[in-house]
Design a protein around this ligand. Sequence first.
Ligand code: PEP
Ligand code: MN
Length: 337
Amino acid sequence: MIVIMKVGATEDEITAVQKRIEEQGLRTHLSQGEERTIIGLIGDKTVIVEDNLMRMPGVERITPVSRPFKLASRDFHPENTVININGHHIGGNQVIITAGPCAVESREQFLEIAACVREAGAHFLRGGAFKPRTSPYSFQGMGEEGLQIMAEAREETGMAIVTEIMAPEQLPLIEKYADVLQIGTRNMQNYALLKAVGKSHLPVLLKRGLMSTIEELLMSAEYILAHGNSNVMLCERGIRTFETYTRNTLDINAVPVLKELTHLPVIVDPSHATGKWSLVQSASLAGVAAGADGLIIEVHHHPEKAMSDGAQSLKPDRFVELMNQLRRVAAAVDRTV
Ligand code: PEP
Ligand code: MN
């Protein structure tokens, strides 16, 4: 349920409505738009006498919200959430590009790729220090050493670092080095992890579970928001379907659907969505054309030697080419890169 206040409702009127709702044991969420304020109700709405609320000064109307996600929904918060990371605004007009290798493999490898993607115009750097691998015998990431290398790359390039967190106990360590916490597809419903990052001061990039519905993705975002962190970005990274030609199936529909349902920024990951470098370009352009607020793309200077996800990694020159195409597609949909 949301209470929509009249245009020009005073601070006192808004506070009085909030107080009345909270006295009945519910929580409120305030969304102050340019024109009007919306008060969202969280908790057992059966105790609310709608007619009494309706009679309070400044109230225009009361609308039920039937969706199970509240804080994440556009009904609660009609305006886009814009997250400022290092001076770049995700969810605004600019499409924010995050690029880098799947995993940090060595200092030389990461610094070289970081310099290339920066030169090409990427905004943020990605790299995994803790890797969720299907096989326990595969490279698991460099751990803290990998984080230190990323921090050095940030010093050199000025770019924010996006890296995956796999367990709540890694939070203090990763918070020391990273600018954005990535929750991987396999952990989208790891509720202990969602609660932990909900208490972090860092923004979260939440990837869609490989078998999860859009609603389940939004319910996972709701966990993070409900624990106090309002800086959540949602990432469509492909889902598992009957099709095996590609690693996953990019659900391009998810982009406009999410933009309709939620105020949170939407990011597309064309690398994991396709699993093949030759398809990354088309999937990236499609993502931006569909309304994505950002892309996260794997780039490697020697994909044939990469310790993970080489097959889907772009070489630096292809990434440069892609950035040029992205600028044109972004302009066609009135955005910049
Ligand atoms: C990654 O970004 O390298 C990764 C493991 O992504 P996902 O969780 O989407 O598979
Ligand atoms: Mn990867």
